[in-house]
Design a protein around this ligand. Structure first.
Ligand SMILES: NC(=O)c1ccc[n+]([C@@H]2O[C@H](COP(=O)([O-])OP(=O)(O)OC[C@H]3O[C@@H](n4cnc5c(N)ncnc54)[C@H](O)[C@@H]3O)[C@@H](O)[C@H]2O)c1
Ligand SMILES: [Zn+2]
Length: 412
């Protein structure tokens, strides 16, 4: 396989290119951003065992700072020990969402410095989205930026947080309020590590996969349309079976890659740039209500994926109410979304509902006083549409209403 240039200086055509068949049996593609930056994505069971070789393929051969979620030292001992030996030692970090702070980014930068990392070195981030967001930000800031590798170990981070270059930390006022765009040079997704994840965490990631399948149902997922494969294999995927998870992860990651390749900074690249056909904002399907639910319940009741699954329900039923999505498509999509187990009570107190409505009104996608939702004008046809406060409330209530497994009707 050819070795790509490490950091092309000039702007080039954005897109995603499949890698030729590999001797190690792993699948992969390169994401080329218009800015000239390139990210290689490699997926497959056992991929993490090849991480040092994969790093070398993208030109990363200097000193490495191997930042690792401390929990993995216990639950993935053999993997962490083996990588630690090859990467000059393990820098285990006790990360948690409620400590996803700049203080931790500073602590990471200090350990990278103590490790002797210089500008020709690179950071390896092994862990869930909390670890990869923080380590990516540390890599963006350390010596004004060193390359980094995302090795996401939760299903959510494999299909979402690992790719796209958003790094960040929380402030007291809210999540991810400080951060930087810093694209990883390499993303390695190994479904084998997901076996030690809890069922709840796997369902959380599956919500993002289902979201992707609704955005692009006909996408090829190892010889089968993505949505069909999701419907057929969701339960086995939830059990953690790596072979079942692999094609779902690959399809979701590839969809995200194609979207971010043409919208590197979420539509912020300047008015002269033509609007990309598939806005990065489409990846927020289900997230407007999802974020409101997370915020109204203090980020402690629902996992992110549970909130997204509920938010998808709200977006689907609002799409139907608006006459965008017909009854059959709504029923099909709601039935799939309803298979994402929600391991938390859905009922909101009056205070929580008011907080969720307040969060919807403040959503960052609010423009000219109207909340903008990603709705579906058919499966695979996302649209960004302004909705009224009443419609946002409808979506919130629809999200939380339990319905028969295949039911798509909702009466507020
Ligand atoms: N940068 C982005 O584009 C982006 C996108 C989505 C989410 N995020 C961020 O990602 C974070 C959520 O990520 P997450 O859901 O991965 O949470 P997380 O990193 O907290 O991981 C969830 C739990 O799983 C544990 N864990 C990780 N890998 C494991 C494994 N293989 N086996 C057993 N346990 C394991 C972690 O220690 C943690 O307890 C949020 O902070 C969110 O803001 C970022
Ligand atoms: Zn999400």
């Amino acid at each position: 396989m050819s070795t790509p240039d490490a950091a092309p200086a000039s702007a080039s055509v954005a897109g995603v290119q499949t890698l030729p068949a590999r001797r190690d049996g792993l699948a992969g593609f390169d994401v080329q951003f218009a800015s000239g930056v390139r990210t290689r994505c490699v997926t497959g069971a056992g991929a993490l065992g090849h991480l040092p070789a994969l790093a070398a393929e993208v030109g990363l051969t200097g000193t490495s700072g191997f930042l690792c979620d401390a929990r993995l030292v216990f639950v993935q001992r053999a993997l962490v020990e083996s990588l630690g030996k090859q990467l000059g030692g393990t820098l285990a970090r006790p990360v948690r969402e409620d400590r996803k702070s700049l203080a931790e980014v500073e602590a990471m930068a200090e350990v990278l410095s103590a490790r002797g990392l210089s500008r020709d070195g690179f950071v390896v981030a092994l862990g869930g989205g909390v670890l990869t967001d923080l380590a990516g930000l540390a890599a963006a800031l350390y010596q004004r930026g060193v390359p980094w590798i995302a090795a996401p170990t939760t299903l959510l981070s494999q299909v979402d947080a690992g790719l796209g270059g958003k790094t960040g930390a929380n402030l007291r006022a809210g999540k991810n309020l400080v951060g930087a765009f810093h694209q990883p040079r390499l993303v390695v997704c190994d479904p084998a590590v997901l076996a030690t994840l809890s069922l709840r965490e796997r369902f959380s990631g599956l919500a993002e996969i289902v979201k992707c399948a609704l955005l692009d149902p006909a996408r090829d997922a190892d010889g089968e349309p993505f949505l069909d494969r999701c419907e057929r294999t969701l339960d086995r995927a939830a059990s953690g079976d790596a072979a079942t998870l692999a094609p779902l992860i690959a399809a979701a990651l590839r969809l995200k890659a194609e979207i971010v390749a043409t919208d590197e900074r979420e539509g912020e690249s300047g008015s002269a740039t033509p609007r990309p056909a598939r806005l990065r904002a489409f990846l927020n399907l289900g997230h407007t209500v999802g974020h409101a639910l997370e915020s109204a319940t203090g980020y402690t009741r629902f996992t992110h994926g549970e909130a997204v699954a509920l938010g998808l329900r709200g977006a689907l039923l609002l799409s139907q109410k608006r006459g965008l999505l017909d009854a059959d498509e709504t029923a099909r999509a709601v039935a799939l979304v309803s298979r994402i187990a929600i391991d938390a009570p859905r009922g909101l107190t009056g205070e929580e509902r008011a907080a969720a409505l307040g969060a919807l009104a403040r959503d960052k996608k609010v423009r000219d006083g109207a909340v903008r939702f990603v709705l579906l004008a058919g499966l695979g046809a996302p649209q960004l549409q302004a909705v009224s406060a009443d419609e946002a409330a409808y979506a919130l209530d629809a999200a939380l209403t339990l319905s028969p497994r295949n039911g798509s009707t909702f009466t507020p």
